[in-house]
Every structure is written in C-alpha cells, then in structure tokens.
Ligand binder design. Structure first.
Ligand code: 5IU
Length: 259
C-alpha cells in the first residue's frame, strides 16, 4: 500500500528515473514540499527559488505568467535546482491533442521540455496526449503528473474520470510518475500523489480555491507531496514559512508510514 511505505523504499519499485530521483530528494532532504512560484517577474522567481530552494523537493512554475521571460531565467532556475537539489515542475496542464501538445511542449517561447523535468497533463484528451508529449522529449529524462482531481470548488472530475486517469497512468509508466489529486486516487507505490490547495490560515480564496492543512492533505487525503503557493509566497518571511510547511508535511508523512 502506497500510503504505508517510505519514500526510500518506493525508490526501488519504480523504474522511472525521475520518480526515483524525486524519492531520493525527498528522503535525503526530508521534504515533501513543493512550492508554487506564481510570481510575475524573473527577479521575484529567482529570489523566491533561492529562499525556498533548500527546503523543497519541487519548484512548480507557471512560466507563462512572467512578464520578462528569457533564456537566462531558466538558466538561473536550472542552476538553483542543481545547487539545492530540487526539480523544476512546470504546471502547464497540457490538454490538447497529441500533435498540438508536442509543439507546445518543445516549441514556442518557452521550450518547456528543455528545462522542466516534470509537467502537468490533463487526461481529458485520452492517451494520445502522452504519446504526443513523448514524441518531443528526444531521449531526455522527462515525466509528467496527470491531473486526476482539482482543488477548486465544482471541479468536474468524477470518479469515472479519475479511474480513466489511473488507467492512462498504468499504461504509460515510462512517462507518468503520478497524479495531482485531492484524495487517495491510487494505492500503487510507484505513483506519487501531489496535492495543491494547502494553506494553514485560510480555507478559501474567494475565486474557487479551497484549502486544507498540510496534515489533512497528507493524513486524510493521501498526499505524498503538498503544493503550497500563497501560504509561503505571501508570508512575511517566505523561507520561515517554507520551513514550517515542510516540517508539518514531513512529520505527517512520518506519522502515516509509522502508523
Ligand atoms: N493548482 C491548484 N489546484 C489544482 C491544480 C493546480 O491550486 O487542482 I491541478 C495550482 C494553482 C496554483 C497552485 O499554481 O497550485 C496553488 O496556489 P495557492 O497555494 O496560492 O492557492
């Protein structure tokens, strides 16, 4: 059962190199925190990554909200990721037919495949989307996380939709390393569950976002990794906030595997 196993022990059940790398980072840095770096300038993005870098396993970006994107931005991010041992995770939420997502992944202004080891993908189009993305990776180690459920109120992801996403993942384990979810969508220890909508002092944001605490995400919803944006980014001291979220989430994880 996924929820009962340590990240370390799960390293050997997956044959995806990036799932292994992520399990190793989580075990060695003792962190299952992903920070959502939703800022609008490269300077803010780099500054946030420097502050939270030592405390995270993943930095989640929305690269298209930057007003001043350049190649140097991703070069700096890659350097920080190497220095602090975290991975770059672009929350692109690909959602089109295979041919189109292949161009979106490897072209345009952002050339996402070049710098983001992981990306988010919707299962809605069916598994052609996986084949399309795979056609653009050119031998690089790359992977994706399938969006099986969303944190926003009124999300349309039915049980049937979730099981459809699980089937896609099971059939494409050489590319899919896990899910964005709000519940225990899979007990397969190979798959990594990431849960956004996590904050300590708020329950909603007025625009549909719904929050739970790090403990609830890990212990009640089955998250392996919590994704935190404004709870950290808008804190007076983002580094201190990252440490707090990291410690809460990791101790909840230890409680879960030791129970
Ligand atoms: N995000 C969600 N919910 C989802 C998915 C992605 O909030 O279901 I899929 C993203 C959006 C934002 C981050 O980049 O996670 C959460 O930010 P806040 O912690 O600031 O709400």
């Amino acid at each position: 059962d996924r929820k009962k196993r340590s990240f370390e022990s799960r390293t050997s059940v997956t044959n995806h190199p990036l799932a292994r790398k992520l399990f190793e980072i989580m075990s060695s840095k003792k962190t299952n925190l992903c920070v959502a770096a939703d800022v609008t300038t490269s300077a803010e993005l780099i500054s946030l990554a420097e502050k939270v870098g030592p405390h995270i396993c993943l930095l989640k970006t929305h690269i298209d909200i930057l007003t001043d994107f350049s190649k140097e931005t991703v070069e700096s991010l890659k350097e920080l990721a190497a220095t602090h041992n975290f991975m770059l995770f672009e929350d692109r939420k690909f959602g089109d037919i295979g041919s189109t997502v292949a161009s979106q992944y490897s072209g345009g202004a952002y050339n996402i495949v070049d710098w983001a080891e992981l990306v988010t993908v919707h299962g809605l189009p069916g598994d052609g989307i996986i084949k399309g993305l795979m056609s653009a990776i050119n031998g690089r180690p790359r992977g994706c996380v399938l969006v099986s459920e969303m944190s926003s109120s009124g999300a349309l992801t039915s049980q049937e939709y979730v099981s459809g996403c699980c089937k896609i993942a099971e059939n494409h384990t050489y590319f899919v390393i896990g899910f964005v979810s709000q519940s225990n969508v899979s007990s397969d220890p190979r798959f990594i569950l990431l849960t956004p909508g996590v904050q300590l002092d708020k329950s909603v944001d007025g625009l549909g976002q719904q929050y739970v605490t790090p403990r609830a995400a890990v212990l009640e919803r089955g998250a392996d990794i919590i994704i935190v944006g404004r709870g950290i980014r808008e804190a007076e001291d983002p580094e201190a906030a990252a440490i707090k979220y990291k410690e809460e989430a990791f101790s909840a994880y230890l409680e879960r595997i030791e129970a």
